[in-house]
Write a protein that binds this ligand. Structure first.
Ligand code: ADP
Length: 301
């Protein structure tokens, strides 16, 4: 099979591992920088051009599209889909999962556990907004943030009011969330492939920190998850329409709550913590499922 990996950097751990696994399983693989692709939008025989050449026909495409290039990256992926190339995750599912508000609304519609979350554009009454999520302490998040940047714990009502007013003053989009104190700075990353949790790790925040991101000094270890956590992660991935997803959960005293569903989950942390060949499992899924034109939407979203 010929597989394209959409990645801006072939030296990233996840990209390297996917190349390695694809070759091990006898596939041809090529890394393509999504921002260098250009396309013609035509009704007959659409193509993708890259550094002066017309890209050959691939059987499957693995999108590893960073948050900052979601808009153009998903357009390129959509073009692959229109051309009948099988995507590991579909463009529609990726854009859906990148929109935090939309994701939370979809997950809540399915009755999945979520931290009580509020969002607003220009509330006249910040106090009432805070009351809506149960009051301080609460977590305030910039919608544009990644890797824990722009995630603030406001421990008192006054701090919450000033942070919310401050963010709104600079027109930043935010959401406000119940603080899950009982998670004690830990979260659980469930790696889902094809409706199964194939690996799970617990990330623990550094002392004095509530954010468990590895980029913020958190540490990761193998964890055994409960059946309820397993089914929550699987249902979250299915709700977003993702074949492969990293579902982040917090252990709250009202059961597992979903923080985020990631459509390009990194492989380094999870492979190191669990010792599992997650890249190999992703490539195997592609080998078993990629057929021309076999997408749910064929780029229609
Ligand atoms: P990012 O997408 O930037 O990583 P997250 O929303 O995942 O931001 O938050 C970063 C970290 O902060 C999480 O991994 C978790 O450890 C902690 N965290 C986020 N939201 C909450 C919450 N509502 N209650 C407790 N801890 C939280």
């Amino acid at each position: 099979m010929k597989i394209a990996i959409l990645s801006r950097n072939r030296n990233l751990y996840s990209t390297r591992r996917l190349i390695e696994a694809a070759r091990e399983q006898g596939h041809e693989v090529r890394v393509i920088d999504v921002l260098r692709c250009y396309m013609n939008i035509v009704s007959n025989n659409p193509t993708i051009h890259y550094r002066g050449e017309t890209l050959e026909k691939f059987d499957a495409v693995i999108p590893r599209i960073g948050a900052s290039v979601t808009f153009y990256g998903s357009a390129v992926l959509r073009q692959f889909e229109i051309m009948g190339v099988y995507p590991l995750n579909e463009s529609v599912a990726i854009t859906r999962s990148r929109d935090k508000l939309r994701s939370m609304q979809l997950l809540s519609r399915k009755g999945l556990g979520l931290p009580v979350t509020g969002f607003a554009n220009k509330p006249d009454d910040v106090k009432d907004l805070i009351k809506l999520v149960g009051g301080a302490p609460l977590v305030i998040k910039l919608l544009e943030g990644t890797q824990g940047i722009g995630v603030v714990l406001a421990e008192t009502q006054k701090a919450a009011e000033s942070v919310i007013e401050g963010f709104m003053g600079v027109k930043a989009d935010i959401l406000i969330q119940e603080y899950i104190k009982e998670a004690k700075g830990a979260d659980i990353r469930c790696f889902v492939i094809d409706g199964k949790v194939v690996a799970a790790m617990k990330r623990q925040a550094a002392p004095g920190e509530f954010r468990s991101n590895l980029h913020r000094g958190g540490s990761a270890e193998l964890i055994r998850i409960t059946p309820e956590e397993r089914s929550t992660a699987v249902r979250a991935a299915r709700t977003m329409g993702l074949n492969v997803a990293g579902v982040d959960l917090l252990r709250s005293n009202h059961g597992p709550v979903i923080m985020e569903v990631n459509s390009s989950p990194g492989l380094q942390g999870i492979e190191a913590a669990t010792g599992k060949d997650v890249a190999g499992m992703i490539i195997k899924f592609i080998g078993d499922n990629a057929r021309p034109g076999k997408t749910r939407t064929r780029g229609k979203g």
